[in-house]
Design a protein around this ligand. Sequence first.
Ligand code: DC
Length: 225
Amino acid sequence: MTSQGITVAIDGPAGAGKSTVAKRVAESLQYTLVDTGAIYRAVALLADERGIAWDDDAALGPLVLGLDINFRFDNGKNHVWLAGRDVTEAIRTPRISLGASSVSARPIVRDGLLALQRRLAGGRGAVLEGRDIGTVVFPEAPVKIYLDASDEERARRRHRELLAKGQPLAFEQVLAEQRQRDAQDQNRAVAPLKPAADAVRLDCTQLSIDEVVAAILTVVRKRGG
Ligand code: DC
């Protein structure tokens, strides 16, 4: 696989900067970019539209197996297409964030999405960002990065993002909700958020995006990507 690129797994909690960093790394290497969180979000959206509850395993199983999702870069943005429909914005609402968190705790959903995530990586050079890429989806990935930052710093970034979108929330509320999500992600029974034993851990509390991207590209080059 060396000549065509390698698999780069980027995991970590919400707000650590994974999306920005993963996009920059993929662009720089001309690798495929797979935002696995967007896949869980698409499942939640589709379930909502079909009147399926986010804990209805019997209905979620077939929905996941029939998921028709693709990613396409357009004007520097990674667009998410669901059955021929651009859902890039629709999957980012607070309701769908909640739904994604719920469906991602269902083993039937996680298992059902494994083959899809591996297929989207396409056996070529790919950057996948998520929570369990280095531990479950691609445990053999030659590059595994665990991106973290202090919870205050992650909440500050999220708070700024929401303000910019015209959704002002008290910082304390953003921090409290984030701590709750972190606890859910880290304590769920299946594929909990944790660094793979062989992951390179980057704490980006004090690092700029450029520094994080450069550090990851150095690791990729060392591993033959
Ligand atoms: O990264 P994000 O906020 O778009 O992720 C949405 C949800 O999906 C979040 O609750 C964590 C979950 N998720 C997961 O469990 N495993 C992944 N590989 C990616 C996301």
